[in-house]
Design a binder for this molecule. Structure first.
Ligand SMILES: [Zn+2]
Length: 120
């Protein structure tokens, strides 16, 4: 039986405190309103969080079963998801969507957050 590791806030704080402080610099610090930052070209699309969803797939070409985690219930479909093993796209291989959380805000202590799923 696989050992399940629980994530404690104390462990998270220990990890955060072990990150070295940035080196001092003489660069000018500018204040920019967060609304003025364009995130569209930074690999993190401005998507609306609906919760945490586990999309289960089975590739009908190679048989691989895999899961994709998302903040959106209907973001991943047969049409926009590639098999990570054989690279095939399309076909009828989306099996199910499991709702893990309906929280609209990220909660670091919630075991249903995507990062906590990676610890299993
Ligand atoms: Zn495949």
């Amino acid at each position: 039986m696989a050992h399940k590791r629980k994530i404690k806030s104390r462990d998270i704080m220990k990890k955060i405190s072990s990150i070295p402080a940035p080196k001092e610099t003489d660069m000018e610090v500018k204040e920019i309103l967060i609304d003025n930052i364009d995130m569209s070209d930074r690999g993190f699309p401005d998507i609306k969080r609906e919760g945490v969803f586990e999309h289960r797939f089975k590739c009908l070409s190679c048989g691989l079963e895999f899961k994709v985690y998302s903040w959106q219930e209907f973001r991943h479909t047969d049409e926009n998801t590639f098999c990570p093993e054989c690279g095939k796209k399309g076909g009828k291989f989306h099996k199910s969507i499991k709702t893990l959380s309906t929280k609209k805000e990220f909660d670091v202590l919630d075991k249903n957050e995507i990062f906590a799923q990676m610890e299993k």
